[in-house]
Design a protein around this ligand. Structure first.
Ligand SMILES: Cc1cc2nc3c(=O)[nH]c(=O)nc-3n(C[C@H](O)[C@H](O)[C@H](O)COP(=O)(O)OP(=O)(O)OC[C@H]3O[C@@H](n4cnc5c(N)ncnc54)[C@H](O)[C@@H]3O)c2cc1C
Ligand SMILES: Cc1cc2nc3c(=O)[nH]c(=O)nc-3n(C[C@H](O)[C@H](O)[C@H](O)COP(=O)(O)O)c2cc1C
Length: 559
């Protein structure tokens, strides 16, 4: 029964054992047999191939997908796990069971890493009649288009004939419990076990996320006289604060009182009258001040407005006040119909620019006041303008938003931080943290802005960190201090040899700030450095960068 070699080892093992030890061994073996039998019984009978695909921006979907794949492995099932950007699209029609986990970002868009997969579904006709699938959609009900990317993918898969294993599951900010319940139900279906009594609501009934009530302790404009910019360093004090230096905070701004008053006056509505928003009774004035988005309305809202006032309005984004002036509602009753189609004010995120190790009970942010021209008139972005108006001593509500991808690595790792403008904010937090935890890893900052004299954000702090050695190296690019424009990517290319060395020695690369064009130009520069210094082809350089990205060694927090 036993192979010769195994029999020999067994004899060698039992030789010389006392009777007591032999009896114990006998019991031990019996136990092994029993537990292996029960394991065999619990291995489910799924013959089909399972694939888990995730599309993530800040890491939550990846965390869930990885945990689910591990859980499947534990019960004896294997699943292919892939990020949507690494997935071979031609495999889709060959899949048998597909579990999709995807979040929504921007204004109802898929994460950047999911765009290719998402577009593939939108732009092609596929036959997926052999596929069984389910979609877990991560989102946040604070945003108008809740879980839109997940919804779109669910509609497409079903439209291509795929059979739903479980209805689309949408999860709110506190997603963990409902995501796990969705997964348990899927496993039960796959293993043909009768469902235990888990009833999933289609939208998770999450706990409310923790909202802090803070106090603005200090607000300073970091730009000097004569700058074209205003960037506010804002220090907020709050009790029981908890965050990491790589987190950001979310703020839901209020609308300017003057605009709300104009809307009320022009429409003749009674601001004190109450309406119901999300089952909550609230006065019209309060809803316009604190809850409803009245700026840059989405085209879909403008269309609904046009239908209510029964007028032809071009399908372009507009502010509510402008719409009211040009296409006035008939009366206050009609305006109340309009109120119902308005969407909530979306939160805005700001990178945390402090470390708790340096500022107990405080969180700092770095806010650029957003300016733009509309019909030759200077206008300001809602939230950055709201923040720039705050008086010291006033209170402010915020929540902490985690990014599981953009993470300061352990203290011994080298970091390269590329953060022009407000992109420098998280790096102030990184360096404060490293200064207070005695990190041994090297750190290199690339900063840039328009002018050295007026726009060098946190200049003296960086110089102090350079002097103390907490910051190993800093290169700055002030674009408008000379004839030709010089940006951070030019400084990176100038230091290509050293930058390549740092990369080869395991440095982590962080990019923060403007998505377009900064982060694109920085990526082009990185690829060029890999090609020239590493003698790689364009394709090899891209693969190398993809690999860094998969290992979270090349991460972006761009907006
Ligand atoms: C992860 C993350 C971190 C961030 N960190 C920071 C940070 O550290 N510091 C920072 O300053 N910002 C940061 N941001 C950006 C920030 O969240 C806001 O997007 C930014 O402050 C602009 O918001 P706002 O409300 O002021 O402007 P909005 O009101 O949202 O306007 C934004 C733009 O929309 C357009 N627009 C608005 N209204 C109209 C209109 N009526 N007509 C035509 N166009 C219009 C304009 O182009 C305007 O510039 C971050 C974003 C993310 C996602
Ligand atoms: C800048 C930003 C925009 C977002 N936009 C939306 C949105 O339009 N709709 C939505 O349901 N959730 C939105 N969310 C919430 C995310 O989908 C949610 O935080 C999710 O858990 C992120 O998962 P991920 O880490 O896998 O990307 C947004 C989050 C951020 C940071």
């Amino acid at each position: 029964m036993l192979e010769e070699i195994k029999l020999k080892s067994l004899n060698a093992l039992v030789e010389g054992l006392s009777q007591e030890e032999l009896i114990w061994l006998n019991g031990y073996m019996a136990g092994l047999v029993k537990s292996s039998q029960s394991e065999v019984k619990s291995i489910p009978s799924v013959a089909e191939k399972i694939t888990i695909l995730f599309g993530t921006e800040t890491g939550n979907s990846k965390k869930l997908a990885t945990a689910f794949a591990a859980k499947l492995r534990k019960i004896g099932l294997t699943a292919k796990l892939s990020s949507m950007d690494q997935y071979k699209l031609s495999d889709l029609e060959k899949e048998e069971i597909l579990l999709v986990i995807i979040s929504t970002h921007g204004e109802g868009e898929p994460p950047a890493a999911a765009k290719k997969f998402y577009d593939h579904l939108q732009n092609n006709q596929l036959n997926l009649s052999k596929l069984k699938y389910s979609v877990l959609a991560l989102g946040d009900t604070a945003y108008p288009l809740f879980c839109k990317a997940g919804e779109d993918i669910d509609v497409k898969l079903s439209g291509f004939g795929a059979v739903s294993l479980h209805a689309l599951q949408k999860c709110d900010a506190d997603y963990e419990q409902s995501a796990n319940e969705w997964f348990d139900l899927i496993v039960e279906k796959l293993t043909l076990k009768q469902s235990a009594e888990i009833k999933l609501p289609s939208v998770s009934t999450s706990r409310q996320r923790k909202v802090y009530e803070g106090k603005i302790n200090s607000k300073v404009n970091l730009n000097g006289n004569g700058s074209l910019k205003e960037t506010f360093h804002i220090e907020i004090e709050a009790g029981e604060l908890q965050y990491e230096p790589d987190d950001s905070i979310g703020i839901i701004p209020e609308n300017p009182v003057a605009t709300v008053r104009s809307i009320i006056n022009l429409t003749g509505v009674n601001g004190l009258e109450t309406i119901f928003l999300k089952d909550q009774e609230i006065s019209i004035e309060e809803s316009l001040n604190e809850k409803l988005n009245i700026f840059f309305l989405a085209e879909r809202v403008v269309k609904k407005y046009a239908a209510i006032v029964n007028q032809e309005i071009p399908s372009i984004r507009m502010d509510l006040l402008d719409l009211i002036k040009i296409y006035p509602p008939k009366n206050a009753v009609q305006f109340k119909e309009i109120l119902i189609v308005l969407e909530p004010i979306a939160p805005r995120l700001y990178s945390i620019s402090s470390s708790l190790t340096a500022h107990t009970g405080e969180v700092h942010i770095t806010v650029a006041r957003n300016c733009f021209q509309l019909d030759q008139e200077l206008r300001h972005g809602l939230c950055s303008n709201y923040l720039s108006q705050f008086e010291e001593g006033t209170s402010i509500k915020f929540y902490v938003h985690r990014n599981l991808q953009f993470k300061l690595p352990s203290a011994d790792k080298d970091i390269i931080m590329i953060g022009p403008g407000t992109g420098v904010a998280p790096f102030r937090a990184f360096i404060e943290d490293r200064a207070n935890t005695g990190a041994t890893g090297k750190s290199w900052l690339f900063f840039g802005d328009q002018h050295f004299t007026t726009d060098f954000l946190y200049q003296t702090e960086w110089q102090g960190y350079l002097a103390s050695g907490v910051l190993t190296k800093m290169n700055v690019a002030f674009s408008r201090d000379q004839q030709e424009k010089i940006y951070v990517q030019h400084k990176m290319l100038y230091h290509a040899v050293e930058l390549y060395d740092w990369l080869m020695n395991g440095a982590y690369v962080f990019v923060c700030g403007a998505k377009n064009p900064m982060s694109l130009d920085v990526e082009i520069a990185l690829l060029k450095i890999l090609e020239t210094e590493g003698s790689l082809s364009a394709e090899e350089a891209q693969n190398f960068l993809n690999q860094l990205s998969a290992e979270n060694r090349y991460v972006k927090d761009v907006y």
